[in-house]
Design a protein. Structure first.
Length: 117
């Protein structure tokens, strides 16, 4: 289930399916890119990603196998990724660490951290 929510979220972002992406997120959600950290409402985060992905085509996160550690209602998923932002564009190598929590029987993403390599 944890792998499903994480991969579903990133596939939704790739497809520009912002409603489905939002459904995978807790509210609020912590997000970090390197040392830049923020806590945002789910709607604000989705709005930011919608704007930052506007006009981009062929976005692919290409996660390697997702590794998951689960302890009760908390889980941490980690995967290496290669992000491309359009056909022929240079890619960004890095990794994601995603914290997921179970709420009322459903897993939701509580935090996303991307580290470029």
């Amino acid at each position: 289930m944890v792998v499903d929510i994480v991969t579903s979220f990133f596939h939704a972002v790739e497809a520009g399916d912002w409603d489905r992406a939002a459904e995978a997120l807790a509210d609020p959600v912590d997000i970090a890119h390197g040392d830049n950290r923020q806590t945002l409402t789910r709607d604000h985060l989705v709005s930011q990603w919608r704007q930052s992905h506007k006009g981009l085509t062929d976005i692919r996160y290409r996660p390697d196998p997702v590794h998951v550690d689960v302890t009760g209602d908390l889980a941490m998923a980690r995967f290496a990724c290669h992000i491309t932002l359009g056909a022929g564009a240079a890619g960004i190598d890095g990794s994601y660490t995603v914290h997921v929590e179970r709420h009322n029987g459903s897993w939701l993403i509580r935090s996303l951290r991307h580290d470029a390599t």
